[in-house]
Design a protein around this ligand. Structure first.
Ligand code: CTP
Ligand code: CA
Length: 226
């Protein structure tokens, strides 16, 4: 379904969205991951298509069906997501990084299944690359939107991430609150832009939150700062 032309503010714009968790394998059968389902990112992709954008969705493992009309790229690890996102970055107008990217991955990936022994096990972990921070360093014309998943000092940490990663907009959710963050169909968010605008949403569906984020992104793409 396509809306009428004058409701398509993203017509002709290229939008890159990341969604879902990543998987960091330690052997052929085991991996580190997190609770992300991809719902927020897929809702964003759907909203962006409705607004007329040319949408690429880079997704970690998720059970969801890619929204109609998106260019879909499936990845597993943070490293694969990094490669995919960086390869598209120069050509896009707007990037929304809703993926829950692993911060660490096992130093070693065993080629065969690890066998148990009588000893305890500890696994050495290396930091993954911060994809969003890299985009913030490289950005030219692009509008960059990040997420912040927090359990304490939500607004403070979110504002720190906005600055540190050179973002235009950040969407923060308090994942310790009922109805917010992982797995559910609803979300309650704070949205901050780089010019000091602050929005606190009520408890909304993830699709409504997606529409709100895209609305703010369109405003920034048009160069309107309030
Ligand atoms: N992010 C990323 N690459 C990573 C880690 C995070 O691109 N390796 C992005 C996420 O997609 C999100 C934003 O950075 O848009 C914030 O993620 P979050 O986990 O809240 O923050 P971190 O910077 O990883 O800090 P911390 O986990 O310590 O709070
Ligand atoms: Ca993190």
């Amino acid at each position: 379904f396509f809306q009428e032309e004058d409701h398509q503010p993203l017509k002709g714009k290229k939008v890159l969205i990341t969604a879902g968790p990543t998987r960091e394998f330690v052997d052929p059968v085991r991996f580190f991951t997190n609770r992300s389902t991809g719902k927020m990112g897929y809702a964003l992709a759907e909203s962006a298509v409705e607004l007329g954008a040319d949408v690429t969705l880079v997704s970690g493992p998720s059970n969801l069906k890619p929204p109609y009309g998106v260019q879909f790229i499936s990845v597993q690890s943070a490293e694969e997501m990094y490669e995919s996102v960086l390869s598209h970055f120069d050509n896009v107008d707007l990037v929304i990084k809703s993926a829950a990217v692993a911060d660490y991955r096992p130093r070693e990936r065993h080629q065969t299944k690890m066998k148990k022994s009588d000893q305890d096990l500890s696994i050495e972990m290396d930091r993954t690359k911060d994809i969003l921070k890299e985009l913030g360093n490289r950005k030219s014309k692009q509008i960059l939107v990040g997420f912040a998943a927090e359990t304490t000092n939500v607004k403070h940490y979110a504002q720190q991430k906005l600055e540190k990663k050179n973002l235009d907009l950040i969407v923060a959710n308090d994942i310790s609150q009922q109805g917010s963050g992982f797995e559910g169909d609803t979300n309650q968010v704070y949205i901050f832009d780089r010019y000091g605008k602050e929005i606190e949403s009520t408890l909304l569906s993830k699709k409504q939150v997606a529409d709100m984020i895209l609305n703010e992104s369109c405003r920034l793409l048009e160069g309107l700062n309030n």
